[in-house]
Ligand binder design. Structure first.
Ligand code: GAP
Length: 456
């Protein structure tokens, strides 16, 4: 069967048409690079978050989920190093007054160069010597490079001076670190143990791009494993592989995933490796594994004055644990799953269908309930819809031909369509159609819930 995948433009249009993702604040002309998830996008996101909870919190021993506030004491960001070091190298075009990231300019000018490994001076020298053009006006007349902090500031209280400045968190991780002692105490945890969290993070990215891939507000699923120094390298390798397994479990194929070791490390890391997925616009990071050593906890000990030491009963030693971080961007995973599953399939005789072949467990709607003929079968179908609703996310659709209704379900990834017809009224059976194979089966109503559970 011929299968055509979606381009970025087609995906953006699809997401809006079918209720996955809309432009943020659309009726006001939008706010650049903000996106709102519609009912189906929210459903898909929730399934991904549930899968993460299953894989990381439920299936792993000594794993605890927290939900820390986005707004934290500003000292957290001093201690974490984000106030001083969480910056992007930016420069302005003197001709058209647009602002750019120096590393992006270089990368776009020559993709064989690794701008990540350049110092600020090397970047400027490269841009000047090669006369790298401004992507907006084409001229090459830039200011010097300056470091801009990526954290969004806001103000609490009524003071207008800087005393009330607080920040929207740029990563979830700090919410896990500042609660390390609380979880240790209240859950009577023992090393190694992990704290995970799902939540929003914010970064003042000046060059957001590729739809939801790089935005100013996004959601992370972060997971910190506290361990003894010396066990950190093995855990680091373990979480790299566990991440790949998780993505395959979500339905992303191994051949479109690769590891990318970082040469230039964030201020907190001793080693860092991303997993990248092959998007239509190229390889893009969807996860990171970081060996953060005892950097964060040591800094919090220093800045808060609270001891972060762990007392190891078996060896009678006291030490600050090391942390292996495994972090996932929810929005990027949604994007990868949409690109992976969506296609237009030729069905022969000039017919085609849009189908979203998402893993059934992740489908936002699991079952479409369809009366074959509205007048004759709607009553029975509505009864079934009600009954199935207590088990699954179900949709009822009675308008248009049965073929059209199948197509609408395929396009949003509904794994099963259940049709109620005369056989249902006479023999108590329904027709169950499989989204991917389009094969149909007669199933007794009494077996239906079982059958759907088994296949979802
Ligand atoms: N706590 C470590 C940390 O935040 P990161 O690599 O900067 O590490 C983790 O971010 C994940 O968050 C990335 O792998 C990516 O999936 C997602 N992410 C980061 N910046 C993003 C942005 N501007 N838009 C969307 N997702 C982003």
């Amino acid at each position: 069967m011929e299968r055509k995948t979606f381009t970025m433009e087609e995906l953006v249009a699809y997401c809006s048409q079918y209720g996955f993702i809309y432009q943020g604040s659309e009726i006001y002309g939008g706010l650049a690079n903000t996106w709102d998830y519609g009912p189906l996008g929210t459903g898909l996101k929730n399934q991904i978050k549930d899968a993460w909870r299953y894989y990381f919190i439920q299936m792993r021993e000594n794993s605890y989920e927290v939900d820390a506030d986005i707004l934290m004491n500003p000292k957290v960001w001093e201690a974490s190093g984000h106030l001083a070091g969480f910056t992007d190298p930016l420069l302005d075009c003197k001709e058209c007054k647009t602002r750019h990231r120096a590393d992006n300019l270089i990368q776009e000018y020559d993709s064989s160069v690794n701008a990540d490994a350049f110092t600020q001076e090397e970047m400027l020298q490269f841009i000047r010597s090669k006369q790298v053009p401004c992507p907006v006006c084409g001229k090459s007349n830039f200011t010097d490079i300056r470091q801009f902090n990526l954290m969004f500031e806001t103000r609490r209280g009524v003071t207008s001076d800087n005393a009330g400045t607080i920040y929207l968190r740029p990563e979830n991780a700090q919410g896990e670190y500042v609660n390390y002692l609380n979880v240790l105490r209240s859950m009577r945890a023992k090393l190694p143990f992990s704290i995970g969290q799902i939540g929003k993070a914010f970064r003042n990215e000046i060059t957001p791009k590729n739809f939801t891939f790089r935005t100013i507000e996004f959601e992370q699923m972060e997971y910190q494993t506290f361990c003894k120094e010396g066990t950190d390298n093995d855990l680091y390798e373990y979480f790299k592989e566990y991440g790949k397994e998780f993505f395959e479990y979500l339905g992303l194929p191994a051949e479109k995933l690769r590891f990318h070791d970082h040469e230039k490390l964030a201020h907190y890391a001793k080693a860092a490796c991303d997993i990248e997925y092959l998007f239509p616009f190229g390889w893009g990071e969807i996860n990171g594994t970081h060996n953060r050593t005892d950097f964060d906890l040591s800094r919090h000990q220093e800045y808060s004055g609270k001891s972060m030491e762990y007392f190891d009963e078996s060896t009678r030693e006291k030490y600050i644990p090391y942390v292996i971080e495994s972090t996932y961007g929810v929005d990027r995973i949604v994007l990868a799953i949409l690109f992976e599953g969506l296609c237009e399939e030729e069905l022969g005789e000039g017919e085609s269908r849009i189908v979203f072949k998402v893993k059934p467990a992740l489908a936002p709607i699991k079952v479409n309930v369809l009366p074959l003929i509205k007048k004759r079968h709607a009553e029975e179908a509505k009864k079934l819809y009600k009954e199935l609703s207590s088990h699954f996310m179900v949709q009822y659709d009675e308008s248009g031909s049965i073929g059209k209704r199948y197509r609408r379900g395929d396009a949003i990834g509904v794994p099963f369509a259940v049709t109620i017809d005369d056989n249902t009224l006479e023999n108590g059976t329904v027709t169950v159609r499989d989204r991917d194979s389009m094969e149909q089966k007669e199933i007794a109503l009494t077996d239906l819930v079982h059958y759907l559970h088994d296949n979802l």
